[in-house]
Design a binder for this molecule. Structure first.
Ligand code: ADP
Length: 485
């Protein structure tokens, strides 16, 4: 029981293929490391196409039994999965913190957030209503029904190791679809633990599969296997584009939650304290490693000094450390490459005239810990204006005019989340409507909830997760034209 879990059985080191826990066919494994300490926690199977194909075939075989249940029967099982997650919050959170680094309090928050999708979609599954359409000819009637799309596959990232699974698996399963999941190779244990709980909840063998290992080989099988009707992906824009291309061969439906480059705009009528809190929550949560984290802070010139002074005070208070320790607010970054990207953005900005207000360096704790950072004097020519930093660094841009800041905010191929702080209701409407983003947070830095549609426009993605819309991605519409009436 290396992690000292209340239930050591939750730490599995095997994949779940066709209802069986198993190693890779080759026997090969990959190591899983704790980013806070650099220690190897254990291994995960290095699976390839064959295991993936078997999981997909088993999903197909299991689907009739699952889709044939009533929505209520499925909801009761999903509800059990939800309850088991909450009962095991401490263990799930610990597994997550150890494999990806986020502070334990954030990990516990993620467990609750992740479970909320299961509760939500278990209920939504009962409300998959069809339509009747007034006929176009007297002897005909038109009826529309919605059916589960079929076998689904998911590829998920490491930054929300559990929530990115439930946000996809819950609507799929509620709709009657099985799902084979490839979690990020950095965070397999969270996924395995979720599958243990799914089995205990009574989700039948084959309905949920977990394969870990060679991302390219698994991805190729998932995107080319004709059994698979739908791929849902959360991750980088580059990989998302590749998967869309690969899915074209068999015309699969895809949902894509890709990169962001969120602007966070503070207008001079904003409540500054509220704006600072929103900026902290949006920017530094998960050490800046979320796709909706503020990436660019635009502050109106006449309040910039006041805003920055308060932000600096708050950022200085962020306690960095191993996420398992009490009071830690920021853990390590996920990998060395992640640290190098933050360093690169800072170096580029400093070289082009920006200044460091706080932080800016690797943390004295070593590993991949990084100081919470603020840069001032940032301009549109710097890398950070164009690319997602994905780290704890807030670059401050200045603006004077509403139209200018809207143009700068939209000057990116991304369109996931945007934020604005203001009190003038006309301005709030005007700017919110003009921002080319799928989500706009107004006077808040926290926008994620199971009840609202999460998703991006432009190159940030396709489709919405959560909310009453989220289940549509797992359904097909069938229209029946009944003649001879
Ligand atoms: P990040 O930068 O967040 O790691 P990635 O897009 O690289 O984003 O990773 C997100 C998920 O996509 C992970 O599960 C990763 O293993 C997977 N992935 C990466 N490359 C491929 C690929 N070529 N085919 C399928 N999955 C991939």
């Amino acid at each position: 029981n290396p992690l000292n879990l209340k239930d050591p059985d939750l730490l599995r080191m095997q994949g779940l293929v066709a209802g069986k826990w198993c190693d890779a066919d080759s026997g090969k494994t990959l190591e899983v490391t704790n980013p806070a300490t650099g220690e190897v926690i254990g291994t995960a199977p290095l699976m390839c196409a064959d295991e993936t194909r078997r999981a997909i075939e088993a999903a197909k075989a299991a689907m009739p039994g699952w889709a044939g249940k009533t929505a209520k029967e499925r909801a009761n099982i999903l509800r059990k999965w939800h309850d088991l997650m909450l009962e095991n919050t401490d263990d799930l959170a610990k597994i997550m913190t150890v494999e990806m680094g986020k502070p334990l309090a954030e990990a516990k928050g993620e467990v609750a957030y992740a479970a909320s999708f299961i509760e939500w979609f278990a209920e939504e599954g009962k409300r998959i209503y069809g339509d009747t359409i007034p006929e176009h000819q007297n002897d005909k009637r038109i009826v529309v029904i919605k059916q589960p799309i079929g076998v689904t596959v998911a590829i998920t990232p490491w930054n929300f190791p559990i929530a990115m699974i439930t946000r996809k698996a819950a609507p799929a399963l509620a709709a009657g679809c099985p799902m084979v999941i490839k979690p990020a190779e950095l965070t397999p244990y969270s996924a395995f633990a979720m599958a243990v709980l799914a089995e205990r909840a009574g989700i039948p063998a084959g309905i949920l599969g977990i394969v870990t290992g060679d991302a390219q080989a698994i991805g190729k099988e998932m995107t080319s296997n004709p059994i698979v009707a739908k791929l849902t992906f959360t991750g980088s824009t580059a990989v998302g584009k590749l998967l869309m291309e690969q899915c074209a061969g068999t015309v699969k439906k895809t949902s894509m939650e890709l990169g962001g480059n969120a602007p966070f705009i503070v207008f001079d009528d904003a409540n500054i304290d509220e704006a600072v809190e929103a900026a902290i929550a949006s920017k530094y949560r998960n050490a800046g490693q979320t796709c909706v984290c503020a990436n660019r802070l635009y502050v109106q010139d006449n309040i910039q000094d006041a805003f920055v002074a308060k932000l600096i005070e708050r950022v200085k208070d962020i306690k960095v450390g191993n996420g398992l320790e009490d009071g830690v607010m920021q853990g390590p970054l996920i990998t060395e490459a992640a640290v190098e990207k933050v360093e690169d953005h800072i170096k580029d900005a400093l070289g082009k005239g920006a200044a460091l207000a706080v932080g800016g360096h690797r943390h004295s704790l070593g590993q991949t810990f990084f100081e919470p950072t603020i840069l001032t004097g940032v301009t549109q020519e710097m890398k950070v204006a164009k690319e997602e930093t994905f780290g704890p660094m807030a670059p401050i841009f200045t603006f004077t005019d509403e139209a200018d800041v809207i143009a700068m905010a939209n000057d990116t191929e991304f369109g996931l989340a945007a934020y604005l702080c203001a009190r003038d209701i006309g301005r709030i409407w005007r700017v919110s409507e003009a921002l080319e983003y799928g989500i706009v947070g107004i006077n808040t830095g926290i926008i994620s909830t199971e009840v609202a549609p999460f998703g991006g426009v432009k190159q940030s993605g396709i489709g919405r997760e959560g909310s009453k819309y989220g289940i549509d991605d797992y359904l097909e519409i069938k229209y029946m034209c009944i003649g001879g009436i």
